[in-house]
Ligand binder design. Structure first.
Ligand code: AMP
Ligand code: GLY
Length: 427
């Protein structure tokens, strides 16, 4: 089978790395990919949101299965584009339809879905740009901190949490007046949930599902979870505090009713469901759905998958996910992101990256790199994800940090405390 992976980050490198190991694979393409994926298959210079170009590449390279890495093409309707085109009818595409992708693309859609299917989530109300006064009055009935969420995709910046009522009211008006354009012309105001966050992943065919390993990511730039939000500074899998009893509850109270809701509403949903959860006083709540894998969670989840990912994805596309078997490596995985100095604010790129000469037992996933005069240089905020597997999370972390000792680029920044919080609970 010829396969195309759409996207260019560490997530897509990890997905491509796993698919490259499949006995079902004939030829692998990645669009646009990065220098890391170039060693696994052929990078194609096209944008995943340029559907006609994706179509041309699929036909030219006789691609039979497309994996959509990032959310934007899904929310834009790439799956519908494939379904509506007779020349692409034979191609399997991994991702939900535009309608189903609203589970990620519209916070209000997701909240209403959870309400319909009695899936535990924070209490909320939604207001549009004609309802600023009503929204502000609603804020007065809430306890701080106040959680304001732009309805649409806002590049990870759409969730704003404020302690002060007056500030929250002003922020609501700013959002509704178009701070993030159309994405914030509607705003979800919700109850603040205290607790620990964990990410759970499933592959679905729209009727049934298989769980993948759980993970925890570290979003803030600074150690001790201080400072600005980033795309993700590292991740660990499994999450020590998610024991079998909690996982059973998550499955019963959240995963099963979600997939049942998708089925009952006849959503066209083939692919990954990412459950962003808050465990609050021992009870799991959905903070958000994403309709794709997480980044950098993928860089720990996928290396722990022993089963053939391509077989799982093909099974999902054929509506036969229940016949698939998911085997997970008992070892723990840790990934640490190396980022450009200044990120998530302004940073400069083009810094030469020094990588270890000898082969090591960590996996180096490229996120924001470029090949220039036969050398790797930085090309983004998040540059490399260093993943290691070992018995015991502390050993996996130690391996990744040891590997980082052999890597360098000008201005390189990383968090030294990935996994530390959950390790405390292991002891
Ligand atoms: P989201 O983009 O929905 O994942 O939200 C970004 C981050 O905001 C989450 O990872 C949480 O840390 C935080 N967050 C979102 N909603 C809530 C909530 N209701 N209570 C507490 N924290 C929240
Ligand atoms: N790491 C969080 C995300 O991918 O949305």
């Amino acid at each position: 089978m010829n396969v195309l992976v759409l996207g260019s980050g560490g997530r897509e490198h990890a997905i491509a790395w796993k698919i490259a190991q499949s006995s079902l694979l004939s030829k692998l393409f990645i669009a646009p990919g990065n220098p890391g994926t170039a060693s696994l298959g052929q990078n194609l210079n096209l944008s995943p949101v340029d559907f006609p170009s994706v179509k041309r590449a699929v036909l030219e390279h006789q691609i039979q299965l497309v994996v959509v890495g990032p959310e934007q093409p899904l929310v834009d309707g790439i799956v519908d584009f494939f379904r509506a085109d007779a020349e692409l009818a034979h191609v399997k595409i991994i991702g939900p339809s535009k309608h189903a992708a609203q589970l990620e693309g519209s916070k209000d859609f997701a909240k209403a879905f959870m309400r319909r299917h009695r899936i535990p989530t924070a209490k909320y109300a939604t207001f549009d740009h004609t309802q600023i006064t009503e929204g502000q009055a609603f804020l007065e009935t809430m306890q701080p901190p106040f959680v304001l969420k732009a309805d649409g995709l806002a590049a990870g910046k759409g969730v704003i949490i404020l302690d002060d009522l007056q500030e929250a009211k002003e922020q609501l008006a700013t959002l509704l007046n178009g701070q993030f354009g159309a994405a914030s012309r509607r705003v979800v105001i919700e109850e603040f949930l205290r607790g620990i966050e964990v990410s759970v992943f499933a592959i679905t065919d729209g009727k049934s599902y298989k769980l993948l390993p759980s993970a925890k990511d570290y979003k803030r730039i600074g150690e001790g979870d201080q400072g600005l939000n980033t795309g993700g500074m590292g991740a660990v899998s499994p999450v020590p505090f998610v024991d079998d009893a909690l996982m059973d509850r998550i499955e019963k109270e959240i995963v099963v009713p979600t997939v049942q809701g998708i089925r009952e509403e006849s959503m066209d949903y083939v692919g990954f469901i990412f459950f962003g959860l808050m465990i609050s006083d021992g009870h799991p709540f959905v903070i958000e759905y994403n309709c794709r894998m997480g980044d950098p969670e993928t860089e720990v989840v996928i290396p722990r998958l022993k089963s053939d990912l391509l077989s799982l994805l093909e099974g999902a596309a054929l509506g036969e996910i229940s016949e698939q078997d998911v085997q997970v490596d008992a070892r723990c995985a840790a990934t640490v992101m190396l980022v450009s100095g200044g990120y998530p604010g302004d940073y400069t790129t083009g810094k030469k990256i020094h990588l270890p000469q000898e082969v090591t037992d960590s996996i180096i996933f490229h996120a924001g790199t470029k090949l220039q005069d036969e050398a790797f240089v930085t090309a983004g905020g998040r540059v490399l994800a260093i993943t290691s597997l070992a018995i015991g999370l502390n050993n996996a972390l130690e391996k990744s940090y040891r590997e980082i000792g052999n890597i360098n680029f000008d201005g390189m920044v990383y968090r030294r405390d990935i996994g530390k919080d959950v390790l405390g609970e292991l002891a």
